[in-house]
Write a protein that binds this ligand. Sequence first.
Ligand code: BES
Ligand code: ZN
Length: 867
Amino acid sequence: MDASLNTPPAPTVIQRADYQPPAWLVPEVTLAFDLGTEQTKVVAALKVQRNGQSQTLRLNGDGITPEAVLVDGQPTNDWRMDGADLLVELPGDAHEVSITTAINPAANTQLMGLYASNGMLCTQCEAEGFRRITFFPDRPDVLSVYTVHMQGSKDLFPVLLSNGNCTQQGEGPGEGVHNATWHDPWPKPSYLFALVAGDLVANQDTFTTMSGRKVDLGIWVREGDQDRTHHAMQALKDSMEWDEETFGREYDLDLFNIVAVSDFNMGAMENKGLNVFNTRYILADAETATDLDYDGIEGVVAHEYFHNWSGNRITCRDWFQLSLKEGFTVLRDQLFSQDMGSAAVKRIEDVRVLRAAQFPEDSGPLAHPIRPDSYQEISNFYTATVYNKGAEVIRMMRTLVGPERFRAGTDLYFDRHDGEAATCEDFVKAIEDGAGIDLGQFRLWYSQAGTPRVTARLDHADGVATLTLAQSVPPTPGQGEKQPMVIPLRIALFDPASGTHQGEQLIVLDRAEMQFAFPGFARRPVLSLGRGFSAPVAIDAEISDEDLVFLAAHDDDPFARYEALQQLIVKHLLAVLDGALTDAALEAGRGAIAAAFAAVVGDRALDDLMRGELMILPGEGYLADQLLVADPGAIRKAREGLKAYLGRSLEAGLLALHDRASAVPYALSAEARGARKVKTQALALLAAGVPQRAADLAAAQFDAADNMTDRQGALMVLAGLETPLRQEKLAAFLARHAGDPLVIDKWFSLQAGSLHPQALDHVKALAGHPDFTMTNPNRVRALYMAAAVNPGVFHVASGEGYRMIGELVRALDPINPQTAARFIAPLGRWRRIEPLRAALMKAELERIVAQPGLSKDTFEQASKSLG
Ligand code: BES
Ligand code: ZN
């Protein structure tokens, strides 16, 4: 046997430093699609123009073969394959190259390129999906004007959509066939191409731009779903208006369409003039969507719309620059959501996401800077680091210069680079020039991975408070030595007697160690540091429990108030996990937290949305991150132990809170949403402390619910309890929502994410449920991602949770490698888990890399996680 069959080929590593401008440009392309679910023919006519010395035109392909190649209208033999790529030899400087390919959308389970979903055809091209449709220089720095002809069965595909404007519609060719032509005047990279054909209906509306142009808006869904598109439509109009007001950005086509599809790898995609969305980020009504779903829709609709400028008008030179569009657009959608609702709560939620998803990435084997230096498979770099840390980095620039100067910087950026494929460096330079700031050292945020750790100590003597700060950036794969970063810190010094401060200040830590002196303090002040989470760092402050209790009650910065309470709890739980607490110290610690919680539950000045936020304990993952080596079982026990204590000692107050909130009728107002949030938070604490009482209350909330937030919240609590009500309500929920895939997803997730001691067995049984399928990414994530992030399932001491996820990865990889690869990161945490479990996790990764024929996606993640 050929030995090479056993050894996987050495992975190709793409390096940022190797960037070369394209040898050929494609100023214009015409695509003709003859659409069919099992066979679609594509003829691509490329006007190509030489951009260097090479006579060889390289056209990327993936899983396609050329059926015909023409140069300047004539069949030619001057082409060859180089792996999956097509190389054409061209003598002159300008030619028209035409290529015919055939694809089978129904067989496309990867959901990249052209695929079938629920009878419709749709595309997903970012990052490298266009090459699965036709041969093309599939790289973001090749910008082309697209004309798209499509024809297909009127019956199967009554609606034909593509980017830009529809310039022609007609009958034929032949019986029952119709056709359409679309033209997009804005040059764009291939990853922004989109096509949709199907039996769809639209919710239509209009928006008038600041210069008075009328834009037709359409949200396309399957018949019967129109009534669930109103929230998305409102979000779209709000986004368009907000981007005009906040960034001066106006929409640039007469048409903006969104299509919702149920099989989609990601959340949504910003194709020019034709966004394609996962149904979960479009469809909502009170009966089927939670308040969180409503927020998700608003944020994602805004995000994709905002890409029209930050991504489409100015795109990325290469995929290493991904944060140029994603980090910036995440910041833009965060600021939008802050303006649309509670800014304080939005900030806390964003920080929670960063800590839950990005901090672990930054401290693990897959750590990379927001502008990576190399990759094997670019799909693996759509990460919390590129997105969420990327947004934090740009937010810091804004913090350093203030909103007005930041706006001057972004104005210059949009002006200077409109129509270009730009780099992160271009962005930083534009902010430097436009805002008038030196970002020399600040650029390290683009090149250094790892979460900086800041230590802080406040001394007080002779009326002067002295703040001593030190920073260090931990080593990450490939980066041993780090330089000090520029860390903006918003601080306030409180007078403990009056509970006030003399105004917030911004200090900048840009050396390894620094001291800041604050005269004029007769008494020792209380330090509030990193207000608003002004930098994506971990702060280790020498601060007493007493000061934390003070800040948790008095800090006027809502994030800082939340943070103080979190810190108090983290310190306590770490002490419990350390095992060295005396009974008296344990009691004292719990007592202090309970007192702070009681204040939160009873504080009339707090709005319920914020109250609900403050009632959430630090997550198990975040607690694990504070330890060099974590025992997930012990963390679950300690955290649930504290919840039980709080549920018991605050029972009366929690019941009263639940009672009060239950009287608030359903509405989408902040007040009503806050009421629903505290209701379920109260239930969650009661469930830990007084489970029987909580089960009855949850069942009552479930039965009385006239909306999904209350119903799901109640069911989530019941799913974690050992009570006959659990099965009863799970069955009722399933029966009520049968046939609604997005709600069935919730039903799977709730059980996989539950605190129930047998949750792992439940997940295994659910994998055999008739509604489970491996071909729909939403369903796979609903069951298995919920399981993989539930320590009570994933980390069961036997290793069965790891085995289950390992088996999933191996079974899913041939179907949908992008989705499969996303399940590796939880196993990759093995170095930070106690040795018995760590060995089992590692063994599972080894089993994965040993699988023959593994995708690049999964191979990269698994091999790096072992390495
Ligand atoms: N451009 C991405 C979609 C995408 C992601 C395409 C990965 C290819 C690979 C889109 O703008 C995006 O970022 N979507 C996010 C949601 C957003 C609100 C952060 C997503 O799909 O998760
Ligand atoms: Zn995006």
